[in-house]
Design a binder for this molecule. Structure first.
Ligand SMILES: Nc1nc2c(c(=O)[nH]1)N[C@H]1C(S)=C(S)[C@@H](COP(=O)(O)O)O[C@H]1N2
Ligand SMILES: [Mo]
Length: 323
């Protein structure tokens, strides 16, 4: 089993050693001698892998939260092998196959635009802006499938308040890396690169919006947007830009990548809404990834089930018009 390439493991991440000790203790507790140790190792390793542990370095400390505790988690395997990340190819498998090339350390994010405190932020600094939290969120792709993902991250509001937006700042852009050298999709005219997504300032300040740096207690795999990506659980998945290098505060509503690609199909808000269909398909229900052919699709909920928390952000707006 792969715990992570030695180059992936930084000094602060003690998991391999901890796992080693745990296994040794277990082997001892089971009263197994050295001859059995090898078998003990591999079966424990298998169990760990089934749980989705041990592929990326563990995040040393983060606090659990009440978000989504009632949900059944999508498997680590499904979360990390069924992806949308067009920079690495347009099929669901390609990101996992191709994103290994992405070098996520060192990594800096430029915080800029209509703010009093523009700066460049290293990924390690970002992870220290606020205590890391685990948030289990339902995620709904505009294509009609969904997952439940245990993210680890910080509230986006924390970064926004540190940046000190000026009175002109009304929207925030999140710009992803576009590196032709490692991203085969960027060499092709699939989308207008770099991938750009954006939120209204008050949406970005909402407590549910986070910058995720991990999942299942581990550092994010590249295919899920390492080292940092946006997660906005009441919106369709495409709002959650991956591998972010630039966060820019602006006055005018940005033209996001998907608005530019197909303005009739993808609007700025992209709130999950079962009563506003995509022009080419219904949004009334969804397929939960991990279910099988015999499992029924499940009804899609308004704002992906987060209406109680976020509906007030859109009061008085015609959500058919502002889709
Ligand atoms: N940079 C970038 N971010 C992106 C995408 C992309 O193609 N490029 N795809 C989006 C879409 S459509 C979805 S559904 C989610 C998928 O996130 P996941 O693969 O971690 O589940 O990422 C979003 N973020
Ligand atoms: Mo999506």
């Amino acid at each position: 089993m792969l715990i992570g390439k030695p180059s992936d493991i930084v000094a602060s991440e003690i998991t391999p050693a901890r796992l080693f000790r745990q296994r040794r203790e277990l082997i001892k507790a089971a009263g197994l001698g050295t001859m059995m140790a090898l078998g003990g190792w591999s079966s424990l390793g298998f169990a760990a892998q089934e749980k989705g542990q041990g592929r990326r370095p563990a995040i040393k400390s983060y606090k659990k939260t009440a978000y989504g505790q009632e949900e059944k988690l999508t498997s680590y395997r499904d979360i990390t092998t069924y992806n949308n990340f067009y920079e690495f190819g347009t099929s669901k498998e390609q990101p996992a196959e191709n994103a290994g090339q992405l070098k996520t350390s060192p990594w800096t994010i430029s915080i800029e635009g209509e703010i009093l405190k523009p700066r460049k932020l290293g990924i390690e600094e970002l992870m220290k802006l606020a205590p890391l939290e685990e948030r289990i969120y339902r995620m709904r792709c505009v294509e009609g499938w969904s997952m439940v993902i245990p993210w680890v991250g910080i509230p986006l509001a924390r970064l926004v308040s540190l940046a000190q937006p000026t009175a002109n700042a009304k929207f925030i852009e999140f710009i992803s890396l576009a590196d032709e050298a490692v991203m085969p999709g960027v060499r092709a005219p699939i989308l207008d690169w770099p991938y750009l997504e954006a939120l209204r300032l008050d949406e970005a300040m909402h407590e549910l919006a986070i910058l995720a740096v991990g999942l299942y207690g581990e550092v994010l795999p590249a295919q899920n947007g390492a080292p940092v990506r946006l997660v906005v659980p009441w919106k369709y998945g495409f709002k959650g830009g991956k591998s972010i290098v630039r966060i820019r505060f602006v006055e005018k509503m940005p033209q996001t990548t998907w608005m530019r690609a197909a303005p009739r199909e993808y609007g700025f808000y992209a709130n999950v809404n079962p009563s506003v269909d995509h022009p080419r398909w219904s949004q009334a229900n969804e397929r939960r990834i991990g279910s099988n052919l015999f499992t029924k699709r499940i009804p899609t909920l308004m704002f992906n089930g987060y209406a109680e928390q976020v509906a007030h952000l859109y009061s008085g707006m015609d959500l058919r018009k502002h889709f």
